[in-house]
Design a protein around this ligand. Structure first.
Ligand code: PNS
Length: 164
């Protein structure tokens, strides 16, 4: 079974990595898809986000990471995937995720969504809050792997230098 795990991953957190690790254990191949989203302005380019995930998942044999644009179901179909993986942290995620899964299933009935509940220790985590803590130079070592923390600190320093 091939599965795709689409997301923004701006940047990848321990919560995403938990979902990658656990879902890759139940499928033959997991393809992590980093959305190149033209509406949102991400902190990291799609290529930077891919590289950070590649670095953090080197020890998992059946994980590939790639950029995609457009619909997640089209990305799944083009990847030969039968399943879209998504993580659920809390009730607040549920409404949006349910709507997305059902819309995707109407558009592409051959692709199903598989939800994994995020491990409790990461249930509070989001890329947005990690970026906020990093912006105030707080300690993010419990939220993201070292390579991501370094990249975040560098980006924050670059932005601050640009504002001077
Ligand atoms: O990490 P995110 O931001 O929660 O991921 C959201 C993502 C990328 C899975 C979602 O926005 C998405 O699938 N975008 C691509 C366009 C699409 O397929 N939208 C769903 C149709 S309702």
């Amino acid at each position: 079974m091939i599965a795709v795990y689409p997301g923004s991953f701006d940047p990848v957190t321990f919560g995403h990595l938990d979902i990658i690790r656990r879902s890759s254990a139940v499928v033959d191949e997991l393809i992590v898809g980093v959305l190149r989203n033209r509406e949102k302005t991400p902190l990291f380019s799609a290529e930077e986000r891919v590289n950070m995930i590649v670095d953090a998942t080197r020890d998992i044999g059946n994980v590939k990471v790639t950029v995609f644009s457009g619909l997640s179901v089209d990305f799944a179909r083009a990847s030969g995937a039968q399943v879209i993986v998504r993580g659920l942290r809390a009730i607040t995620d549920f409404e949006y995720e349910l709507q997305m899964a059902q819309t995707n299933r109407i558009m592409e009935p051959s692709v199903d969504t598989m939800f994994l509940t995020t491990s409790l220790e990461y249930a509070y985590l989001s890329s947005t809050t990690v970026k906020e803590v990093a912006a105030y130079e707080g300690d993010i070592s419990r939220f993201v792997p070292e390579n991501v923390a370094d990249a975040l600190h560098r980006r924050v320093a670059e932005i601050k230098a640009g504002e001077k």
